[in-house]
Design a protein around this ligand. Structure first.
Ligand code: HAM
Length: 462
């Protein structure tokens, strides 16, 4: 620390006791502040999930997990292994997403940790995966898949949340255009396995640092010549990244964007060939696509092949159910070796909305197979439910030694197809009454030793 005369100010040296007092002082402050907040919260209304976030519980949570399992199955068939990275990283990892992107400038949940490090909740996973690649240097090609929550401080609306879930893959280590085809077709396969029919794949090539500067220059000149007609926001964006102006959805900008120069006219012969091979590979696998020469995507790391999936059943402003592309410079920009990479991320929340709109991939049933009604007074439910679960059935029970009538009501509410009733007579006969709760086959008394085989005849254990 320097004083006005430029001299170093003496650093106050604390004795161990002094350090203890300082720590204690800070800790007391923290405790006081927390108590204040707690009393304020109790006095005000009850807590709600933060704006832009949702509580997800069964059957929606089961549906989401089934979707993730289906995704894992799809990509693991192509030899992608699961990766799990921290939910927060040093903010520098994410600054590579682009100085002029909303994700970095407006939407990052960043904070200082207790040691004064500047951290951020991840807004996406590609940067984290590439950070992990640079840190661990696995053998190439490296193919990974992931799932998990992402955080962006966006204006919430249907299909746009501040915490949302993505599934995705990343593949590092080769520029082979057939890898682009593999990656894109895996996403298309997944949508198909979900039963989604009306999803359009939009495809573009964004060039690379050898040919993009000439394009950016042409684009900048074009927009500067028309700056008076552009929206105010796009005129500001033009100062940092002319490419991002193409991303504007504002009606005032559309006629200008429609006539803007195209990247395709500036691609080098090698990149034109790369893009051609991606297209012919997609044709070979019968993955249909639309060329979208103005698709730029919302993150700055993209090079060459870029793509987005639009679910036509959703309203057009939030209909992107996934997107991705190549990011051949990202590993080097995070301090690693120059390593090409490509991947995609799909928005789970939006995919489920699209499934609802198309009437596919319904919510799974979460009712148990059996519900135990124990009025014997002999705690049979405790051991019987354990035995049934070991045998592979989902089993639930009533609590609090309630009356037969109350337990029957609880079993009806559970949605279980069979009730297992144990009263004093059943205990005396070492048996269980199996009652059909949904159909009309009535009930039967089954010896306790035959119960599992009887249930196996009635139900498929999950
Ligand atoms: P992204 O386009 O920013 O790309 O996000 C991918 C998908 O996540 C979107 O298409 C959308 O379905 C979903 N998504 C994004 N923001 C929200 C939100 N606020 N609420 C709900 N869903 C949302 C990426 O994240 C890149 N990391 C993709 C990638 C992987 N590129 C290369 N590898």
């Amino acid at each position: 620390m320097r004083n006005k005369a430029g001299m170093s100010a003496p650093v106050l040296q604390l004795t161990p006791l002094g350090r203890w007092h300082k720590k204690q002082f800070l800790a007391d402050g923290l405790v006081r502040r927390r108590a204040e907040l707690a009393s304020r919260s109790v006095a005000s209304s009850s807590f709600q999930a933060p704006k832009g976030t949702r509580d997800i519980f069964a059957p929606q949570s089961t549906r989401q997990r089934t979707l993730i399992d289906l995704f894992a199955d799809t990509v693991e068939r192509a030899n992608y292994g699961q990766i799990s990275t921290p939910i927060f990283e040093e903010i520098g990892v994410f600054l590579r997403l682009g100085e002029s992107t909303d994700v970095v400038t407006k939407e990052m949940y960043d904070f200082e940790d207790k040691d004064g490090r500047h951290m951020a909740l991840r807004p996406e996973l590609t940067a984290s995966v590439v950070r992990a690649f640079v840190q661990h240097r696995p053998t190439l090609p490296w193919k990974v898949w992931y799932e998990g929550p992402q955080f962006r401080y966006e204006k919430p609306q249907a299909g746009r949340y501040r915490q949302f879930t993505q599934v995705g893959i990343e593949a590092l280590g080769t520029s082979d255009p057939e890898l682009d085809v593999e990656v894109i077709s895996l996403a298309a396969d997944f949508y198909q396995r979900l039963g989604l029919r009306d999803v359009t794949l939009l495809l573009n090539s964004l060039g690379d640092p050898t040919c993009r500067p000439a394009y950016l220059e042409a684009l900048e000149t074009y927009f500067r010549d028309r700056i008076g007609d552009l929206s105010e926001q796009s005129a500001v964006t033009l100062e940092t990244n002319p490419l991002r102006v193409l991303d504007s959805k504002r009606p005032q900008d559309q006629p200008i964007i429609d006539d803007a120069p195209l990247m395709a006219d500036y691609l080098s012969p090698e990149l034109t060939e790369h893009f051609g091979r991606v297209r012919s590979g997609l044709d070979q696998l019968e993955v249909s696509y639309e060329l979208s020469p103005r698709l730029v995507r919302g993150l700055d790391y993209y090079t060459l092949t870029t793509f987005e999936f639009a679910a036509n059943a959703l309203t057009s402003s939030q209909n992107a159910v996934g997107g991705g592309g190549r990011y051949d410079g990202l590993a080097a920009s995070l301090g690693g070796p120059d390593t090409p990479g490509i991947g995609f991320a799909l928005g789970v929340d939006r995919i489920l909305l699209a499934c609802d709109a198309e009437g596919t991939f319904p919510e799974p049933t979460t009712a148990p197979d059996v519900f135990v009604i124990d009025v014997s007074g002999a705690n049979v439910a405790l051991s019987l439910t354990a035995e049934l679960r070991t045998a592979g059935f989902t089993a639930d029970r009533a609590w609090d030694n309630r009356s037969m009538k109350a337990q029957m009501k609880a079993s009806d509410r559970s949605g279980a197809p069979y009730g297992l009733i144990i009263g004093e007579d059943e205990v005396a006969a070492n048996s269980v009454t199996v009652r059909d709760l949904r159909g009309d086959t009535g009930q039967q008394l089954v010896a306790r030793d035959d119960l599992i085989s009887t249930l196996l005849g009635l139900l498929d254990p999950k």
